[in-house]
Design a protein around this ligand. Structure first.
Ligand code: PMP
Length: 345
């Protein structure tokens, strides 16, 4: 039986969180706010933001079909990742497990928090083996970080193996779905009621085309979200970000059109890249990027930089020898990339 309290840091369980002016007032309609030492001028930016982002969570709740009490909103997914360490991991004692190659922030966040990050190698299909991951855990392992579709490889992780990890691990399992909107499979969010130890991450930075506003989300059962709210900075998402997030969430038709266009561009760009002599293999992808192995990735990378085209050189990453990670751009950007690659000698 998963027991959340038994894996939370004792100081966090005992923590009396900061109570802001806007947290303490909730009740009748009010018009004169003299409780937070704000300036009365330059409305509305003179006011602190809603610390619990209620309007935003209401809208996210409708779109993602999940109760607002199961939503955390933060300053990018990076905040939702970092808070896992601050909630669960005693520095210098606890550890987390993740896989390689995957998104680098899990390990960096672990290092910043003085928490060991144990990395298990993906197999040759860039997929996971549940037993290998579970075998890497010990009594101090508090969290397992997975990313699906995975960055930088682009593939979804095997569902049965992921289920096995969720069922057999007595800590939290974070599934980072930053790229889920580009994938054909359903999200792990729909399984939250089955798994009390599951945290699903999502972001407005990718499909929702809003990386600039820094808006990340974590979805989990309410008792985990309560811990997030206890530990986060009181006003972690600023007024402008909340406002812009509400606006972009209203543009669902545009978002759906952009996702569809990105997926169709992905198909045609991959087809064209596979035809190039310099391309050895394009790996299957369900994201808005693809990983491809080339004859000489670093030389091609430098050649593209000289032409003002920047892709991601992943050739020094585990299992990604001679690989570039290429984001699907606009049709015009993709044409620019392709014609440069066709001219490479
Ligand atoms: N998760 C993954 C898997 C990513 O690739 C990225 C960005 N590269 C992020 C999270 C970062 O998301 P955010 O912009 O919300 O911090």
């Amino acid at each position: 039986m998963f027991d959340l309290k038994s894996i939370v840091r004792p100081n966090i369980l005992a923590l009396k969180p900061y109570s802001s002016a806007r947290n303490e007032y909730s009740g009748k309609e009010a018009h004169t706010f003299l409780d937070a030492n704000e300036s009365p001028y330059n409305n509305p930016y003179n006011r602190y933001p809603d610390p619990l982002q209620r309007d935003l969570k209401q809208k996210i709740s409708l779109i993602k079909k999940i109760d607002p009490t199961q939503i955390f909103v933060g300053n990018g997914s990076d905040e939702a990742i970092d808070l896992v360490f601050r909630i669960f991991c005693v520095p210098g004692q606890d550890n987390v497990v993740s896989v390689t190659p995957s998104y680098g922030m899990y390990e960096v966040s672990a290092n910043i928090n003085d928490v060991e990050c144990r990395l298990v190698r993906l197999n040759d299909n860039f997929d996971i083996c549940a037993n290998e991951i579970l075998n890497a855990c010990d009594k101090h392992t508090k969290a397992i970080f997975l990313c699906s579709p995975n960055n930088p490889t682009g593939n979804l992780l095997d569902q049965t193996e992921t289920d096995k990890i969720l069922k057999n691990f007595n800590g939290v399992v974070i599934i980072d779905e930053a790229y889920a909107e580009f994938s054909s499979k359903s999200t792990w969010r729909s399984r939250l009621n089955e798994y009390p130890n599951l945290i699903v991450l999502n972001t407005l930075s990718k499909a929702w085309a809003s990386a600039g506003i820094r808006l990340g989300m974590a979805f989990a059962q309410k008792d985990i979200i309560d811990l997030y709210n206890k530990v986060k900075y009181p006003y972690n998402v600023n007024v402008l970000a909340q406002k812009k997030a509400l606006e972009i969430l209203d543009r669902r038709q545009d978002i759906e059109d952009w996702i569809r266009l990105t997926i169709s561009e992905r198909t045609s760009l991959i087809y064209a890249v596979e035809e190039l002599d310099i391309c050895k293999k394009v790996f299957p992808t369900e994201a808005n990027f693809f990983l491809a192995r080339f004859t000489d990735a670093t030389d091609i990378y430098n050649y593209l930089v000289d032409k003002g085209i920047i892709v991601r050189n992943r050739s020094r990453i585990t299992l990604c020898d001679n690989c570039l990670r290429i984001t699907i751009g606009s049709p015009q950007e993709n044409t620019t990339l392709l014609s440069a690659l066709r001219q490479y000698k």
